[in-house]
Design a protein around this ligand. Structure first.
Ligand code: ATP
Length: 328
């Protein structure tokens, strides 16, 4: 297996703000690799450095063996980019948007026309080739951007929040395209997302990123296995007493989060009645109990003590405070 991307101690600072903090990882050829984290975690900044759009403050990165600072042109030829900001020309047709991009990359006209038709078929937009983009839905635009990003036959595709703002059905549809693409074209895909389900469904491996640092990196399954089994969540007013009375060896660990107790254990279904019995014997009031298999949200919570949503709200509050300080 060879690496498509290698990153060593990569850091990006904006003034005093460390947006990306000393991250290192490798992505294998053909992998779908996800950077998962809340808004403001540093995902877009990482992609921007890997795609040569921003210079790292320190550290190194290579794409297909080419250094992102020393061999910018080679890196740019090797990659396709679909970033968050929509960059299609609304007044042009789908075909014209593709054609314009093909000319930028100096793809000869015959070859260009063939590739455009093939890619529009791939993303099921061939019958809309001559329609102007203004008439397209959000999902169609995103598919067109992906097709355009593939026109110069990149070996690595960068997708920044590919399904942001799309409805769940369109999002699901797009996941299928991305998965098929990776299989059919054998390209390496690096995507950012803050949708847990997206990362789980699509990615071979995931780096969970928070406050600019990678806090966990593995396959979705290993990440979920690593947190200690199933999760029993109990709502109780006696939150501080519960961990003292539950000491059975099959309990992996107990955490509290907001007004809930979270018990991590294997085979939760077998043990839930024992737990309830113990709590009843100790006169602990139980308002509700639920069991679930671990998700990536649980992985994030277990590493950071917060859900992704809570982390985002905190980030926004910090930004508001920062703006207030700047204004005064
Ligand atoms: N050009 C810039 N100048 C100053 N600060 C920046 C700049 N770009 C990003 N940041 C800050 O760097 C941090 C990381 O931002 P980044 O956009 O990489 O996060 P993200 O995980 O991609 O989140 P989002 O999905 O919201 O873009 C944030 O605190 C952001 O405000």
């Amino acid at each position: 297996m060879t690496y498509a991307i290698q990153v060593h101690d990569l850091t990006k600072k904006y003034g005093n703000l460390v947006a990306v903090n000393n991250i290192s990882f490798g992505i294998m050829q053909g992998e779908i690799f996800g950077l998962l984290g809340p808004n403001g975690a540093g995902k877009t900044t990482t992609l921007s450095m890997l795609s040569t759009m921003q210079k790292p403050s320190s550290g190194t990165a290579t794409v297909q063996g080419k250094d992102v600072e020393k061999n910018e042109d080679d890196v740019r030829k090797a990659i396709g980019i679909v970033f968050q900001d929509q960059s299609l020309d609304e007044e042009l047709t789908a075909g014209e948007n593709m054609n314009f991009h093909g000319r930028l990359y100096r793809i000869p006209p015959d070859e260009r026309d063939k590739r455009i038709d093939d890619l529009l078929r791939l993303v099921e937009l061939y019958d809309r080739k001559n329609d102007i983009v203004k008439t397209f839905s959000g999902g169609m635009r995103r598919r067109l951007e992906i097709a355009r990003g593939l026109l110069h036959h990149p070996s690595v595709l960068f997708l920044d929040e590919p399904t942001l703002g799309l409805d769940p059905q369109t999002r699901n549809h797009l996941w299928q395209y991305i998965a098929d693409l990776s299989k059919e074209k054998h390209i390496t895909i690096i995507l950012t997302t803050h949708y847990m389900e997206e990362a789980d469904r699509l990615c071979d491996r995931i780096a969970i990123i928070d406050h600019g640092s990678i806090i966990a990196l593995d396959t979705p399954q290993n990440l979920k296995n690593g947190i200690g089994g199933d999760i029993i969540t109990i709502k109780t007013p006696d939150i501080n007493t519960v961990s003292g009375v539950l000491s059975e060896p099959w309990i992996h660990r107990i955490e509290t989060h907001n007004d809930e107790i979270r018990i991590y254990l294997r085979n939760a279904e077998q043990h839930i009645s024992d737990i309830i019995t113990t709590l009843n014997q100790e006169n602990i009031t139980v308002h509700s109990v639920s069991i679930h298999k671990p998700t990536l949200e649980d992985v994030f919570l277990s590493y950071t003590g917060k859900t992704i949503r809570e982390q985002e709200i905190d980030g926004k509050e910090m930004m508001r405070m920062h703006m207030r300080m700047v204004r005064h």
